[in-house]
Design a binder for this molecule. Structure first.
Ligand SMILES: CC(C)(COP(=O)(O)OP(=O)(O)OC[C@H]1O[C@@H](n2cnc3c(N)ncnc32)[C@H](O)[C@@H]1OP(=O)(O)O)[C@@H](O)C(=O)NCCC(=O)NCCS
Length: 206
């Protein structure tokens, strides 16, 4: 059984994006990402309509000790996240969110692949995922990983079982983190250089 799909692992520079683990210091960016979700994406992600205040509160508690989050960054801005919650429980739960303009371009599948590696490398042998039964994209991705899908009352619960981490999953995750660190270092060097010659690069950001 192959747990890596080449299409889920396109080179990050092809879509000018990268994935890395989120830290507590990313909390404000995570909140900003959730607040940019349109109404339909919020409904798909949380199962019902949720307002800004609820999302802000959710983001506040999301990066605790009992969860792992991965983020996909487009040109330095967090546009999507994969969450693994209750990682100390027997059955952790995963959830995904991508802002609407970045949906349907393979980023959800890449986040999923990355989260499976994280789960394997953390010693988690299974997790579940809940989504609405109309969420075809999410179910397609879960099926690729041989998830067992249970349909009930308009909702689908996907249960994934996977082997523990191995050299391949450890290497992929380490490479992902190192790539993100290199980008951040290059960014810092560029800003330092620009400051030295009196150019304000922030003016380029939209
Ligand atoms: C669900 C979600 C994570 C999927 O990520 P995505 O980047 O949009 O999906 P991908 O581009 O990786 O596509 C995955 C598969 O679904 C298909 N797909 C994508 N959008 C689709 C759509 N609207 N309808 C049908 N199939 C779709 C793709 O063709 C691909 O199929 P393939 O495996 O046969 O190639 C993302 O759309 C999202 O965050 N939506 C809002 C929140 C949400 O639904 N969260 C899930 C519940 S926790």
């Amino acid at each position: 059984m192959s747990l890596t799909h080449s299409s889920d692992r396109s080179a990050p520079w092809e879509n000018r994006s990268h994935i890395r683990r989120l830290r507590r210091s990313d909390r404000a960016d995570f909140a900003a990402h959730l607040l940019r979700l349109d109404a339909e994406s919020r409904r798909m992600r949380f199962g019902s309509a949720v307002g800004d205040a609820v999302l802000a509160r959710y983001a506040e508690g999301a990066l605790g000790d009992d969860s792992v989050l991965k983020g996909v960054f487009m040109d330095g801005t967090l546009r999507g996240a994969a969450e693994l919650r209750a990682i100390r429980s027997p059955l952790p739960e995963a959830a995904f969110s991508l802002e609407q303009p970045w949906q349907g371009q393979g980023h959800g599948a890449r986040l999923f692949a990355s989260l499976v590696d994280t789960a394997r490398n953390s010693g988690l042998r299974r997790f579940t995922l809940q989504c609405l039964s109309g969420n075809v994209a999410m179910q397609k991705i879960a099926r690729r990983y041989q998830a067992q899908l249970h349909f009930e009352d308009g909702e689908v619960t996907a249960e994934l079982r996977h082997p523990g981490g191995d050299m391949a999953s450890l290497t992929r995750e380490a490479a992902e983190e190192r790539f993100a660190q290199s980008l951040a270092a290059a960014d810092r060097a560029l800003y330092r250089l620009a400051t030295e010659v009196g150019v304000d690069l922030r003016l380029r950001r939209v």
